[in-house]
Design a protein around this ligand. Structure first.
Ligand code: A3P
Length: 290
């Protein structure tokens, strides 16, 4: 049963889903031709790695913790999505924004326009990423092919055929380039463990000198519980025709280690073996628990 589903899914994902994603990406706004300004900042992640969290932290730093300024518009308006158009074909609004802009992308590094220089990359352990991805697929009615089970999602991750390509290539690509380009590489688990330390690192990267109390205030503003209640940061402005909130929530759990509630010991062991092999040439200090 699982194998039959997998072979169908493999075909659908490899052929149709990639095409569907790429058709969103290239002809509509011509990402490859996008010219970034030196002042622009790119927030890059694999989907479900904590993009929205990073965006909120960055916006809060740039606005020195001013809550009202950060509530000026929903996340996707404040920090447009480079390669995505809305399902109705309208653009992200990026081309009418003046620099300095904060822009979000899920593109792997080799597809990021070369004009971008400053990048904040957040990685999250793949097991929690996959679980989050599965639940997001359940709620997102415009995903070309929803993942039918989290175990399948885990296998698709191993095969490198989830939307936006291989998780492995993605995290490694930015890691290897982090000293050539100006890439601040942060980890979801580190941010959960010690948000004051990580927000301070991000502020330093952005060359913002903030007081200890402002950093602490930003940590509170961007905590999962606060963002979940903030309509400008929780994607509640996305209509129900796109996000089916009866299936799952965008701000779902925000934890490290939820994968333990999803995968059997056997699935976990098989994934670990694969993970260790594929990551052996790239020692990114990603943790699965904190
Ligand atoms: P879960 O589905 O595990 O809860 P992205 O923004 O890249 O789509 O990632 C979404 C994931 O980040 C979701 O994970 C979401 O709950 C989590 N997230 C969002 N804001 C967060 C925050 N302030 N703290 C921790 N996790 C957060």
């Amino acid at each position: 049963m699982l194998h039959a589903r997998l072979s169908t899914l493999k075909r659908l994902f490899v052929e149709d889903r990639r095409k569907a994603h790429l058709s969103h990406i290239y002809p509509t706004i011509g990402v490859e031709k996008f010219q970034a300004s030196e002042e622009d900042l790119l927030i890059a992640t694999y989907p479900k790695a904590g993009t929205t969290w990073t965006q909120e932290v960055v916006d809060s730093i740039l606005n020195e913790g001013d809550v009202e300024k950060c509530k000026r518009a929903p996340t996707q308006v404040r920090m447009p999505f480079l390669e995505m158009t809305a399902p109705d074909g309208s653009s992200s609004g990026l081309e009418v924004m003046d620099p300095p802009r904060v822009i979000k992308t899920h593109l792997p590094i080799q597809l990021v326009p070369r004009s971008f220089w400053d990048v904040i990359y957040m990685a999250r352990n793949p097991k929690d990423t996959v679980v989050s991805y599965y639940h997001f697929d359940r709620m997102h009615l415009y995903q070309p092919e929803p993942t039918v089970h989290y175990s399948i999602c885990l296998v698709l991750c191993k095969m490198g055929i989830l939307g936006w390509g291989s998780w492995y290539d993605h995290v490694k690509g930015y890691w290897k380039e982090r000293h050539n380009k100006k890439i601040l590489y942060i980890l979801y688990e580190d941010m959960k463990e010690d948000p004051v330390r990580e927000v301070t690192r991000i502020a330093q990267f952005l060359k913002r000198q903030l007081s200890k109390s402002t950093i602490e205030h930003i940590v509170q503003m961007t905590a999962f519980s606060a963002m979940r209640e903030n309509p400008m940061a929780n994607y509640s402005t996305i209509p129900d025709t796109i996000f089916d909130r009866t299936a799952s929530e965008f701000m779902r759990k925000g934890e490290v280690g939820d994968w333990k509630n999803h995968f059997s010991a056997g699935e976990d062991a098989a994934f670990e073996e694969h993970y260790r092999k594929i990551m052996s040439d790239c020692p990114i200090p990603i943790r699965f628990t904190i």
